[in-house]
Write a protein that binds this ligand. Structure first.
Ligand code: GAR
Length: 195
């Protein structure tokens, strides 16, 4: 699992392990940021952690190769990016293509990028939500696996809306990861089938 932030999505996946029928387990947590709260959650749960900092590499491509190597050590079936605020590059995707998923706090293809909640709010949409999608070389452009809608309330600011989205997002991510672990994920063009 790849995280840059607090790791509430990671926490939800770690909690899901207590259900033996869930079918998936988190084998490792990697971050670009040694201060990411998700790393503490992983350590507390006894899950291995690795930090691969861009600042330690000559360029983005070298960092990407190192990240791919660090993830490869865990031989993951699926790579889950949740709040990982870096673009995965060509080397990473060449190695893990088709089995990297990302969760995004908006209904893609609307509001991709680092500020999905802020951008949706600024645009004035009445409904936004979250998307779990396969990662390709673009920014939040890969085939969509699952989405859920969240209503925007008149009193919402970015923080309140993001919190409500995250509640829905965690459940969606756990559902998708469990279904991938228990079944198959097939992709035909832009269409993804689970199980
Ligand atoms: C999630 O809402 C995720 O969709 C978002 O960051 C949050 C991470 O929360 N990701 C992006 O905005 C990526 N563009 P978490 O650290 O509590 O799991």
């Amino acid at each position: 699992m790849l995280v840059s932030g607090g790791g509430s999505n990671l926490a939800a996946l770690l909690a899901a392990r207590s259900d033996p029928a869930f079918g998936a387990r988190v084998v490792g947590v990697l971050s670009d940021d040694p201060g990411a709260g998700g790393l503490d959650l992983a350590r507390a749960a006894g899950v291995a952690t690795v930090v691969v900092r861009p600042a330690d590499f000559a360029d983005r491509a070298a960092w990407d190769v190192a990240l791919a190597a660090a993830v490869g050590v865990f031989s993951p079936t699926l790579v889950v990016s949740a709040g990982f605020m870096r673009i995965l590059g060509a080397s990473f995707l060449a190695r893990f293509a088709g089995r990297v998923i990302n969760t995004h706090p908006a209904l893609l293809p609307a509001f991709p990028g680092a500020h999905g909640v802020r951008d949706a709010l600024a645009y004035g949409v009445r409904v936004t939500g979250c998307t779990v999608h396969l990662v390709d070389e673009g920014v939040d452009t890969g085939p969509i696996i699952a989405q859920r809608a969240v209503e925007v309330l008149a009193a919402d600011d970015e923080a309140s809306l993001h919190e409500r989205i995250k509640t829905v997002e965690r459940a969606l991510l756990v559902d998708v990861v469990g279904r991938v672990a228990r079944g198959a994920l097939t992709v035909e063009g832009r269409h993804v089938r689970l199980g």
